[in-house]
Design a protein around this ligand. Sequence first.
Ligand code: SF4
Ligand code: SF4
Length: 337
Amino acid sequence: MAAKVKIAMTWAAACGGCDVALLDLEAKLLELTRIADLVYWPVALDFKRRNLAALPDGGLDIGLYNGAVRTSEQEEDALLLRRKARLLVACGSCACFGGVPGLANLSDREGIFAVAYGSTPSTENPEGVAPEPRCSVNGNERTLPEFHDTVKSLAQVVPVDAFLPGCPPPGERLEDLAGIVARFAATGEAPPRGAVLASDKALCDECPRNGSRKGGRVSEFKRPHQLLADPEVCFLEQGLICMGIATRGGCGLSCIRANMPCRGCFGPTAQALDPAAEALSALGSIAGDANENDVPAHVMKRAVQSIRDLAGTCYRFTLPVALLNRAVRDVPAEKSP
Ligand code: SF4
Ligand code: SF4
């Protein structure tokens, strides 16, 4: 019998949903163990980092990394997994694009600490204590991982062989991953470097509502709780923002089928210059007054202003991989060039 493929799964700035999605494979996960050994998966079993570190470099066949890279410890984990794994897969939208944790790039460490350890309604911290990477307790030095200013995707830290988007990746795409593991076990064949395990067309291409678009204009964008959406009609036509126009297909349309607009977790198609640019351009082209052909600037402005949290809406999963990947601090006048 051929040797089993060795797989490791580690997590970083993540919610645990990607690990749960893997567990949700249930019996298929057990089938996988016929051809693969899970040699490291700290969320599910009592593994320690030293178990992974003890493997020879390249001694791991497939490394799955879920979560964004936010701290020095997560960066070390990414470097360690890259060194050990012959095939490194960014698993889930956080690893692929920075995901929801990446929205922290709209602020910085100082701003985040000020809220988390200062101003939340449940915080009682009169001395303003915040985590420090180094401190001394009874004369003994204690350390914590450094909290970086900027959240990164996995590929911004180490080279990545394949990307599995989704928040979390849906079962069908995880089965594709299982197929890759099986092929790797049988023939040693790996997907082409940088492969994305999803469609390269926009979600609209596979959406049953696509034919209902009539090109109507929207003077005010609504949020999903503000109206009862018609389940047959394109959300954009109803004034609801749907990121399917600028998002890769392949998710199985579970949000659309549940009558919820796409939020963009599969990330941009390969052709997109910036994850949000295409969406913004599409939203701009439908903003206006239903009864007017010409759209005066103030009408356009009003429509755009009705989008609550524009950056959070258009970059919900992708800010760290955007052209402008974080908020830029004001440069004091005397220091500006
Ligand atoms: S991709 Fe989604 S499910 Fe996975 S860790 Fe990130 S937030 Fe959680
Ligand atoms: S914008 Fe959304 S609802 Fe409309 S066709 Fe595309 S995916 Fe479907």
